[in-house]
Design a protein around this ligand. Structure first.
Ligand code: GDP
Length: 307
């Protein structure tokens, strides 16, 4: 069994590569701090995006279902409802499956498993916790829920504050604990370390669960050629006062990881990342072969650290 911690795109792409290597033994522990209630349904952006990648159904935008239609959004707009958060019809159906179960009193983990089975995904996609955690971001002097910050704030707006509401009441689920304790390798995917992986590591008792597993923990850097490929990772690093480099990643994950995979030449000898064993490798995952290759080198590196 291999456990991978993931937010959205970066972690999901690596999870897809790992699926080729480990099949049903893959357990993705997904960030749920971006979850939101919109149009009366429970939206789980990161667990859904990971599930769509594992099902080979991710769309060209990189967050919905391929070939989806947009009748519900059109009808909402005709009804005068501003539809700033775009959910395709099938995407919305996945949210309805989950929401119905949640309203019946089920845990988020069980409710999300309906989405993975609907898509024919047999690997596990596990919410980091069943309790609600909601990331709030301060920008331009306003606190906003994460989705609203992403969609409504201009890309240039600096991050002024981050809060993880509800985090103190969250705990890793039994499924997450089992995935970590039974894993041969634990991989931290190349997702945003501050806003996607940060909330997973901030769940009380999560770091202890990682530390008590006998598996090596290896992170893959989200920086490719010295930059984030897309999204707000660099803005969140600026807010955290971290350099956009392997050394910055090593610092964020200090005390958690046993090794770091990065494409940064020289990272292995950079004094600032010295305490962490580094594997320098090409980490760009722009097709199925490269996703599988990054998965393979990461697992081989983890196995070498376990020896
Ligand atoms: P989001 O919620 O969709 O923004 O996704 P994430 O939390 O996964 O963060 C996006 C991060 O994924 C960015 O920092 C990207 O640089 C990183 N990323 C995306 N594609 C790749 C890739 O092919 N290789 C690596 N190493 N990182 C990637």
């Amino acid at each position: 069994m291999v456990a991978v911690l993931a937010g959205g795109t970066g972690g999901a792409k690596l999870a897809r590569g790992l699926l080729d290597e480990v099949g049903d033994g893959l357990r993705v522990i997904a960030n749920t701090a971006d979850d939101a209630e919109i149009y009366g349904v429970h939206v789980s952006p990161d667990p859904d995006l990971v599930s769509y990648w594992l099902a080979d159904e991710i769309d060209e935008r990189g967050y919905g279902l391929r070939g989806d239609s947009w009748e519900v959004m059109r009808a909402l707009e005709r009804g005068g409802r501003e539809a700033w958060f775009r959910l395709g019809d099938r995407d919305l159906a996945m949210c309805l499956l989950r929401t119905e179960r949640l309203r019946a009193g089920d845990r988020l983990t069980d409710a999300h498993s309906l989405v993975t089975s609907a898509l024919g995904v047999s690997a596990g996609v596990l919410p980091m916790a069943d309790e609600p955690v909601r990331t709030q971001v301060k920008s331009s002097g306003h606190w906003r829920a994460f989705q609203e910050f992403m969609i409504r704030e201009p890309d240039s707006a600096p991050v002024e504050g981050i809060e993880l509401r509800g985090i103190e009441s969250a705990r890793p689920t039994p499924e997450v604990i089992e995935a970590l304790s039974g894993a041969e390798a634990i991989v931290i995917g190349p997702s945003n370390p501050v806003i996607s992986i940060g909330p997973i590591l901030a769940v009380p008792e999560m770091r202890e669960a990682l530390a008590s597993s006998s598996a090596p923990v290896v992170a893959v850097s989200p920086f490719v050629g010295g930059h984030a490929l897309k999204g707000p990772t660099e803005r969140f690093f600026a807010h955290a006062g971290l350099p956009v480099s392997a050394a910055g990643i090593a610092r964020t994950y200090a005390g958690v990881i046993d090794g770091l995979v990065t494409d940064e030449q020289g990272a292995a000898t950079d004094g600032r990342a010295r305490e962490t064993p580094v594997l320098v490798a090409d980490t760009l995952m722009d097709d199925a072969d490269s996703r599988r290759r990054v998965a393979q080198v990461t697992l081989a590196f983890a196995a070498s650290l376990a020896e």
